[in-house]
Design a protein around this ligand. Sequence first.
Ligand SMILES: [Zn+2]
Length: 313
Amino acid sequence: LKNIVRFIFISHDNRTSKEIRIPKVLIYVLSVLSVFLLLASIIVLYDYVSLLKSTGSSYRLSAENRELKEQIKIYKIKTQQINKRLEKIEIFRDKLKNIFGIPTKEETSNNDSKLQEELYNSYVNRYKKLNIPLVNDSILLQTIIDIDIHFLKNESLSNNLFLDFNLIDNKMLDDQRFASSTPSVAPASGIITSQYGPRISPYFGVPKMHEGLDIGAGIGTNVIATADGTVSEAENSTGFGKVVKIDHGYGIETLYAHNSQLLVNKGQVVQRGTLIAKSGNTGWSTGPHVHYEIRVNGIAIDPQYYILNDDIL
Ligand SMILES: [Zn+2]
């Protein structure tokens, strides 16, 4: 009976008594249980208080998060815009290189998807090292990676451009006269109505190589010399109508056709920008425009490579 605790209740007059027997084990269990219950309620209370505290800060955090996401989107758009602008500058650079006879090297384009994968892995590793759970918002991570890619591209593009423009600059300093004798602007403002290249002649209706560039311009639009040179022709011909031809030296010649009025004479020395004619619709022409040709050693080449300004669309 050692493991039993006996409670004996005796009435005031000692006549009756009552006895309750409880095993010791049960007492132990009950006391341990009550300690547990006490501890558990303390923990719950503590949790509840800290939860109350954190809802306030988590609300603030999620607001901050939204704001950051918006900002990241804006950064993405901005880096894309810079990327597009740099690509335009690249085209400009290529034109300049072409003019100055600087060989254009085949540019190795980065494999975007491979780069994406590498960046993704680097982020995963970084989070692992910092012991931060991976951002489960994959759209956000993707956006960040997109920004990274555009940024890296912009970085390498601008580095290349800087080097190339240095090269071009040196070349220009080497031969300023060559630069000023090389066509580099549009002969008139207007819209390109026909590109250089094979086409069906609008005048004859047969396939014919179009050896120049047509710039649609109202009659009387200013036509300028596109580089320094000497007028080698200023006459009224059957096909080209009122036409000016300029010899720039170095084997380069330009031609401006279908004008309504000629403002220079043969033998006259002109500079880039000199007004040489008023545009028109003379000769074999189907509408007012400037037909502009560039010949290098007698061979007609695409004038668009020699137009660096934005006067034509
Ligand atoms: Zn033409």
